[in-house]
Design a protein around this ligand. Structure first.
Ligand SMILES: Cc1cc2nc3c(=O)[nH]c(=O)nc-3n(C[C@H](O)[C@H](O)[C@H](O)COP(=O)(O)OP(=O)(O)OC[C@H]3O[C@@H](n4cnc5c(N)ncnc54)[C@H](O)[C@@H]3O)c2cc1C
Length: 451
């Protein structure tokens, strides 16, 4: 190379240098020493140095995965937060490792009941009868924590603590509450709630065909109930039936083993497979007057229980969505394609952020719902709106999550397939989208569109 060419290339190199940066660097290291060291290195050593520099680059650290983006748990008291974390630990330790296995087997893990009882969260909001008397907000958070890992567990618990205990708490006499609630609270007795019938689902408010007739101090029950959760093994089932004499709906505590009561497991479900649902057949089933819920005189009383549990189902949907979102975020941070984690791709982030937006809106909505419940101001239509919105959005969220898992999204071991399937049952039970929409529609327009 001629001297002129050398000067030209050196000037070119110097023009590319950022002298400001070099100035800042020279305050920290002796640049002339560094340059002379590097320039005296052999090619082989230089390559090694380059390798060390590459290896020394800090590994990307992913932020903690937390679906509570707005820190809504801060609305809980420290005592409540501790209970939420205790339930989270229980779900991780006792349910997560077995959920897929029992879901596939279509069986209920009875051994978890005593462990769950130790949490002392059954009948959480009720006052007295051994119940903790805590807030509906906490109850909602706990339903979410359960569903976040396994929707079946939260359904089992919701039937026991909400539907079955709630029927007795809201519609039973003092004596009946004393008799049943303390043992149900300790989960020594498991309950079920029988309202839906094979031919009467959405129309249960005015159309129950299951009948009861009083003969002396005995009531005779006839008819069928479908979909009744926990009923294959429950110690007691609350049965709602129409009185042949006055036409009103009445509630009965039917104990396991009562003559004329038969509960057959519903097989072949593709959702909530751990929950044991039954088709109940009542054939001249005799129940003593002392087991008739003394404060249930019409469907309006049944509706009191449903208002409370509908809010719980909205929370359950939030849990299902949160579990799916968090699993998807975790998976996309781990999974690599084209040499990069898939969470670094724009279209993947678009789906994740859409999921989080809906999840955050849902969480905010159910928190407010529970706050209204805690001050005794929750209306049917407010509970219905949350049930519709949350279960609809949950369906979107689980489907996006499943998409992000690619082919693995249909394998049970990745959990997400279970969330997708279970969200379908949550979408339909405790009032379908259409029925809850009609309830809200009637409230906002003042006109009933029910047929
Ligand atoms: C897994 C699971 C667990 C359950 N657990 C229990 C339980 O423990 N206890 C219990 O009592 N029940 C339980 N149920 C029953 C549940 O509450 C009912 O399935 C639900 O209320 C819908 O009733 P249905 O299935 O008979 O549907 P249908 O009432 O037959 O409805 C079918 C479709 O018609 C639509 N539809 C009906 N009427 C109208 C209308 N007027 N306008 C517009 N659309 C309408 C519905 O929205 C729905 O889309 C459970 C259900 C499931 C799936």
């Amino acid at each position: 190379m001629s001297i002129f060419k050398k000067i030209k290339s050196t000037v070119g190199l110097l023009q590319q240098l950022d002298l400001d940066q070099i100035g800042k660097l020279s305050e920290k290291v002796d640049i002339s020493k560094m340059v002379s060291l590097v320039s005296s290195m052999k090619g082989e050593d230089l390559q090694k140095l380059m390798k060390y520099m590459e290896g020394g680059k800090k590994k990307h650290e992913f932020p903690e995965i937390d679906g509570d983006f707005y820190d809504l748990h801060q609305w809980l008291t420290p005592e409540e937060r501790a209970i939420q974390l205790k339930v989270r630990e229980f779900m991780q330790e006792h349910i997560k490792p077995i959920a897929n296995e029992y879901w596939l087997k279509d069986e209920f893990p009875h051994h978890i009941i005593p462990e769950m009882a130790k949490l002392n969260i059954c009948g959480l909001t009720y006052q007295g009868y051994g119940c903790p008397g805590m807030s509906s907000l906490l109850e909602g958070f706990l339903a979410m924590e359960m569903a976040r890992v396994d929707c079946s567990t939260s359904t089992f618990f919701g039937v026991q603590s909400g539907l079955a205990m709630g029927s007795i708490y809201y519609c039973g006499s003092e004596e009946q509450k004393q008799q049943w609630l303390p043992r149900m609270q300790k989960m020594e007795l498991i309950g079920a709630f029988g309202l839906t019938e094979p031919e009467v689902g959405s129309g249960a408010a005015g159309g129950l065909t299951c009948t009861c007739k009083r003969v002396g101090d005995t009531w005779v029950l006839n008819g069928q109930k479908k979909w009744i959760g926990n009923a294959t093994f429950a110690d007691l089932v609350v049965i709602w039936a129409r009185d042949l004499d006055d036409g009103n709906v009445k509630g009965f505590i039917v104990q396991k083993g009562t003559k004329g009561f038969q509960a057959d497991k519903i097989k072949g479900k593709m959702a909530l497979r751990i929950v044991q649902n039954a088709l109940i057949t009542l054939t001249n089933c005799e129940v003593h007057e002392s087991n008739r819920l003394q404060n249930a005189s019409s469907f309006k009383d049944t509706a009191k229980v449903l208002r409370m549990t509908r809010a719980g189902v909205a929370w359950q949907a939030v849990g299902c969505a949160r579990g799916a979102y968090e699993s998807a975020l975790h998976y996309t941070n781990e999974r690599k394609q084209f040499g990069r984690t898939i969470s670094s791709f724009q279209m993947v982030q678009d789906l994740l952020v859409e999921m989080l937006s809906n999840l955050t809106a849902m969480q905010t909505m159910v928190c407010r719902l529970s706050q209204l419940q805690d001050v005794g101001k929750l209306t049917d239509e407010q509970a219905s709106l949350a049930k519709v919105f949350c279960t609809l959005r949950t369906r979107d969220i689980v489907s996006h999550a499943r998409e992000l898992f690619g082919g693995n999204g249909i394998l049970i071991e990745y959990d997400i397939a279970r969330f997708v399937a279970d969200s379908e049952a949550i979408y339909s039970y405790e009032g379908t989208k259409e029925i809850n929409t009609l309830i809200v529609g009637r409230a906002i327009t003042g006109q009933s569109a029910f047929v």
